[in-house]
Design a binder for this molecule. Sequence first.
Ligand code: ATP
Ligand code: MG
Length: 874
Amino acid sequence: MRTAEIREAYLSFFEEKGHLRLPSFSLVPENDPSLLFTSAGMAPLKPYFLGERPIFGGKEWRRVTTCQECLRVGDIENVGRTARHNTYFEMLGNFSFGDYFKKEAILWAWEFLTERLRLDPNRLWVTVFQDDDEAYAIWRDLVGVPEERIGRFGEEENYWPGGAITHGPNGPSGPCSEIFYDRGPEFGTPDETGPNTGSGDRFVEVWNLVFTQYDRQGPIPGPGILKPLPQKNIDTGMGLYRMAAILQGVEDFYRTDTFFPLIEEVVRLSGRPYEGKASVPHRVIADHIRAVVAALSDGVTFSNTGRGYVVRRLLRRALRYGYLLGLSEPFLHRLAPLVAELLGDFYPEMREHLEATVRQVRLEEERFLETLEGGLKRLETLLSGLKPGEVLPGKEAFRLYDTYGFPLDLTVEIAAERGFGVDTEGFQKAMAEQQERSRAHMAFEREIFKRSAEALEELYAERGATEFLGYTTLEGEGEVLLLLAGDQALSEAGPGTEVQVVLDRTPFYAEGGGQIGDFGLLEWTGGRARVETVHKTEKGLFLHRAKVEEGVLRVGEKVRAVVDPKRRDTERHHTATHLLHAALRAVLGPHVRQAGSLVAPDRLRFDFTHPEALTPEELERIELLVNRWIMADFPVTWRYLPLEEARREGAMALFGEKYGEVVRVVTVEGSPSKELCGGTHVRRTGEIGAFLIAREEAVSAGVRRIEAVAGEAALRFARGALNRLKALSERLEVGEAALEERLEKLMAELKAKEKEVQSLRARLVRAELREGVALKEKGGLRYGGAELPGLDGSALRQAADDLVARGADVALVLSGGQAVLKLSERARERGLEAGALFRALAERAGGRGGGKGALAQGAGLDPEKALKALEDLL
Ligand code: ATP
Ligand code: MG
């Protein structure tokens, strides 16, 4: 069974069991900056587990099934080494929100595996949580699994979240039951006698059924108590690729249909054969490029923090393994189209963004390979200075790592090729020493040539995060704590210098939560710098990207920070975004979830989950609702609350925030809008002025995008549209009301004219044929041929007919790559056949085609050769 067939079989099986099929959600968890990537099928469905209901087709659903793309960075070290772990993989799942429970979940899983997929029941083993007698009994008595193949395990293996009873977290949790497939002793180690034993690949966990039935409460660490939940849920996860490997009878999933073409391409590029377990590099490359393409297609870009950093690491890791195979030129971008081809049917965003993906991957590869190149040269020099038997000093290996980003494993590998060892202990020691040094430097000094990352770290240790003043004001005083240019810390910056400025406090908003960074001015006695935008480090230091326009900016200077008043327009768009979100949910239903947003002074963009295009009526209702909330002039307030409390109050809560974390909740009093948000907002909705939707479109499967404008931007937008309308009606010289009618008429006229032109052209061709083509004779048959420009299929046939009408027995007419051959009655009587003659022509003049009886046609013939061949053939 092909992977796509297994996916479809699963989804349709659960559809038959009354589940709503939803598309895969994005790899990037919406609304949730703290959770890096979607790592399980249930993750995007959490709101439903907490009591919300998906509404589709006017119906409330309690059963959902999905195939979810997942990324687990935590499994990265396993990739290539085990035959069961990917970073990027797909998880099939069926979910019950307070509907069916253990019995159905177990019976259906069994039915699917043994009846739909036809797995041998004797090869299936199951495990349950040690205290879960209920699940045990279902497996033994209702399914009939022999007791020796049902294992009981503790909370680490068979409870979700793993170990939650003892270690927390609090909240929904429950026992799970896992299903394993026995691939046979040849895959295992001698000590592998059942699930969760040994270290081989014999017993593969294919499916995990989670029975969410308890609310874990109590101290952390525990012991906690388990209170039964009023709503019991089912959450299951089946690994698509693991299943594909089993059903396709291959040793590991790298040999299944959605992987092997990638492996083959690596083999082709590197000339190194694939040898299964022994070919870790092939596997890592195939795995990582899939993850990179998937993440980029969902909007992640390479960067030095967060998701972008994970993707960067994956790419570099794949490149390093490529290097080990002798691939020293950028090659990953050449694999990207293959990934899109293999997975694009189910994840259309991969095809849609392919061009940009390839470009980004190539740039990133080039950049990294350059560094690698420099390091290699250095390493060459070092190695050629070694005498046989010596090892590369750890200090040098560390310097390679520190200045060229040259990973230790690569150094070891290359040195080994030349017959040298590396003092890895020395490397670790040098690393530890450097960390020690930077710790000792804690007291912040204004060194020139200090590395910027280090400088930021020290500054944070000394002074903590930047204080943000911008919720209440656009102007404030601050002291310059740090000036960075490139990778250096400066003590001063003169006119024309571009620097990153860190202040102790600032009214400038740093890009985040979709809202763009502020721009404006820094002013001090005798000088001024223009701030283009502001970013924030993970720890909360604000970096003002600025250009000194006048005077010299020095560390220690007191500056006046003035945000450009356009920020007020940004605030209008930000509050409007919240209102839009609330209106979408009110009109379309609570399945709408934010999937990304951009808030700028001149527009807003909001991506959200919804399975289909919005109708014009829906868009109008949404727009109207937002404008009503604006006209109601509701106050906008914000508070800081512990996460749990915010959730309890029904704030559009996100997942992945840590328990007990304090979050900022922005509320539009009087409207349903309440969101966790760090952005800046208007004080009352009336300030927004007006709101207009400019466009609605698809982003990827199941995700829509709205672009809208607020405040003056909305007025400009409307004015622009009205002006265009007016200009149009002036050009067409009718009143605006009659524009459409006028357009219809013009189009009809155009069509009639086109027809006229066609028939005129045909007449012209006929005349040309009459004058221009002389008929020749051979063997008692008259024949004529011509190449004419600019004829379509029917004009070509007409021309051939004309030639025959003029007395030709064989007529051949060619135009723009097309060709038509026509025979007269007489020629037919003489035994000629159009199809055979045409094929004979095509054989000599290139091209293809055919026909029968009196008419044949085709394309791709070389006109000169064809006409010559006609003469020869008769
Ligand atoms: P394992 O113990 O094998 O790492 P897990 O307990 O982490 O698996 P779950 O979190 O229960 O797995 O995920 C549900 C299913 O998803 C698993 O039964 C497996 O089929 C699949 N799965 C989990 N992690 C991966 C991975 N890294 N690569 C491919 N499939 C995976
Ligand atoms: Mg795991």
